[in-house]
Design a protein around this ligand. Sequence first.
Ligand code: HEM
Length: 209
Amino acid sequence: MIAERPTQPSRLGTRSRLGGTEGNEILTASTAAALTLLLLAEGVTILRLDGLRSLHMFIGLVLIPPVLLKLGSTGYRMVKYYAGSSPYRRKGPPALPMRLLAPVLVLATVGVFASGVALLLLGHRSDTLMLLHKASFILWGVVFGLHFLVYLQRMLRSVADGWRASQRPSVPGAGARAMLLAASLGGGLALALTLLGTITSWHGGGGGG
Ligand code: HEM
């Protein structure tokens, strides 16, 4: 995926053609920043679900590719670390509590999105799917809240690093990172627009399991 060709050490890690560990951290943080804005908008729709149900489903679908990009960039770091890549070994793993929390966060995220998409495709409410959607949302809310608070400062710092890097080529790969993030947001928008008919024909009735 991202070729490792170390050249010189830097504040955040070892550089390579695409920025190495530093580029990986900037990609994770920029994706997290975009996700934060979309999740805030999704949060507003949850507060007024009756009036904003279609928007809730639309933004939920837009979120899917950027969520996958975030899982990809953090998963890449994990794979490189366990595969023994020396720059990633030098950088070290995330703090232990966050490593323990990560699988729960991934499972809860998959639960919220899978049950949401299942509800959408079903076309109406189902007690079982609503229960799954709600329960995974509550678990996700608790774990994500912790994850967000712990990483907020780092995210802001890395986004600032990423911005400076795009102004002067100190961390290589700024173009590739911007393209990945833009492609994930564009892909999400395309997915939501493709399913617009299914969203607008969703009706609350139907009940049952
Ligand atoms: C593809 C993404 C998603 C789809 C298609 C989707 C779809 C839905 C649908 C159809 C409902 C039921 C609306 C109603 O009863 O009127 C719902 C409710 C809800 N969704 Fe989603 N959703 C998605 C993502 C999310 C995300 C990312 C979150 C939170 C992070 C979330 C949180 C909730 C909550 C809290 C409810 C209210 C449950 C209740 O009635 O108490 N959803 N969603």
